[in-house]
Design a protein around this ligand. Structure first.
Ligand code: MG
Ligand code: ZN
Length: 226
């Protein structure tokens, strides 16, 4: 029982931190997204493609969460945007406390979009609230279509689902119907975008979803300025 209580306290203080950080984003009209998936589903590639497509129009900052190393941050910086690497030193998710260490170094006045790439893990990243408006979950076809049944919280907490590596569909057992049905049982109206980040197929639908959000926030931003 003590453990349960302690865990609830950790989550409660994390939520309070994340709420305060989110208020800072809102004050500056910045859209925050949190990208989650198991290892190797394509989070960093999604960040790279998103940054490449949008960076000339929108000002983007990326936070990369990894247990160790800066391989992913280097890939993002190579796209020409600012990126902060958080090494969790063993922790399998990002939380508000880790983010509060890097938040002051991000000039929120100079960005429109904050992309947070969480640690590769389909379990606890869903339990720790981050300062974002939208949670994105990426699943790749080689992982199998049973993920929403096995890790329901991840999907319940998500606002968009991206199914990556559809170019591999002929070679793997991934049942798109089973997958969509299982997801929609948890979240009836959630957008599911089937993409190949490698070939670019389907990516434009994801990009228009995101740009739509950016434009809405941007209108609010200019509204509060005048
Ligand atoms: Mg990555
Ligand atoms: Zn964790």
């Amino acid at each position: 029982m003590v453990e349960v209580k302690l865990m609830q306290q950790i989550l409660a203080s994390n939520d309070a931190l994340a709420r305060e950080q989110l208020r800072q984003l809102n004050r500056h009209g910045v859209v925050g997204i949190n990208i989650m998936s198991g290892p190797g589903a394509g989070k960093t590639t999604l960040v790279e493609k998103t940054v490449a497509a949008l960076k000339d129009k929108w000002r983007i900052w990326v936070i990369e969460g990894d247990i160790q190393g800066d391989i992913d941050a280097r890939r993002v910086i190579a796209q020409g945007v600012s990126c902060t690497q958080i090494n969790t030193q063993g922790a399998c998710h990002l939380d508000g406390l880790m983010l509060s260490a890097v938040f002051p170094s991000i000039d929120l006045k100079k960005i429109d979009l904050l992309i947070i790439e969480n640690v590769g893990n389909l379990v606890c990243p869903a339990e720790f609230k981050l300062p974002v408006h939208y949670n994105i979950t990426v699943v790749s076809t080689p992982e199998g279509s049973d993920k929403p049944i096995k890790y329901p919280l991840m999907f319940t907490k998500s606002d968009v689902i991206i199914v990556n590596k559809i170019d591999l569909l002929p070679y793997v057992d991934f049942d798109m119907m089973q997958f969509s049905r299982a997801v929609r049982k948890l979240k009836p109206r959630i957008p599911i975008y089937a993409v190949s980040l490698r070939s670019g197929e389907g990516v434009s639908k994801w990009l228009s979803w995101l740009e739509d959000k950016l434009e809405k926030f941007c209108r609010k931003k200019s509204g509060t300025r005048s």
